[in-house]
Design a protein around this ligand. Sequence first.
Ligand SMILES: NC(=O)c1ccc[n+]([C@@H]2O[C@H](COP(=O)([O-])OP(=O)(O)OC[C@H]3O[C@@H](n4cnc5c(N)ncnc54)[C@H](OP(=O)(O)O)[C@@H]3O)[C@@H](O)[C@H]2O)c1
Length: 268
Amino acid sequence: MARGAAIDRWNRALVTGASSGIGEAFARLLAAQSTDLVVVARDEARLATLAAELEQGHGVAVEVLVADLADRSTLRTVADRLQSTTSPIDLLINNAGFGFSGDFIDLDPDLETSVVDVNVSAMHRLAHAAGTAMSARQRGGIINVSSVAGFGPSPKAATYAATKAFVTSFSEALHMELGPLGVVVTCLCPGLTRTEFQQRANASTDAAPATLWQSADTVAEVGLRGLAAGKAVVVPGAHNKVFRVALKVSPSGLVRRAADAMARANGR
Ligand SMILES: NC(=O)c1ccc[n+]([C@@H]2O[C@H](COP(=O)([O-])OP(=O)(O)OC[C@H]3O[C@@H](n4cnc5c(N)ncnc54)[C@H](OP(=O)(O)O)[C@@H]3O)[C@@H](O)[C@H]2O)c1
């Protein structure tokens, strides 16, 4: 398959972070398109409820794989599932992620390290597992969920933004490497999305106007469309696209100061 060739029908997708938010929205959209699923997260009860609902509603097969992606041994189980030749997976949604809001030196260092473990190390390891298996079959897709936060430094969310900068840079390079091998890699960079993310991050979003928010369904839909179109980077929402361009053309010192002022205005 040539670089960028469109695939819009997936046989079986593995979705990390499928127990809520954007990952759950991906799982629902894919099931509605008759794609079998492997749903991954820590919350077994939520995954089981989702699996039963999608199997009944859409007649798809849904495997539940309970895993803490910050834990190397359970991460290996997920990587092994991606490489299995029994019921092979042709789409990986590398979505699980989280972050914490606050001054770096005041945050729990173990929790900050677990942000890197999940957002970077697990995403990276699973992309390797999927990339090798899919390129051997010359067919596949990978969506890595990044964030607009990765477009520049983010005081008071320093670790989270840095992990997402890694995801975006890594995904763009992988898009070029794997495209000629038949595997489309798309980096999805959402902005503010209504999920459990902000609550888990302990982030105040009171200052953010309603127009800046998108639904998890919209974000997942834009991600799947971008993948089908063979895009390297997809930014859902006109306001997020403008934000990306503004950061690109602005001097880095100005970007740093503006990001700092915004964090303070939001009371972080
Ligand atoms: N919401 C936003 O405004 C926004 C904006 C830009 C980017 N994003 C990105 O979108 C992705 C999805 O986040 P969301 O907004 O949908 O947040 P969410 O509703 O909090 O969902 C996060 C998902 O990640 C899973 N997860 C967290 N830690 C995990 C771990 N150690 N092992 C396995 N699974 C883990 C959670 O499942 P369990 O707790 O069951 O393990 C949950 O399913 C993340 O990568 C996030 O950075 C979100």
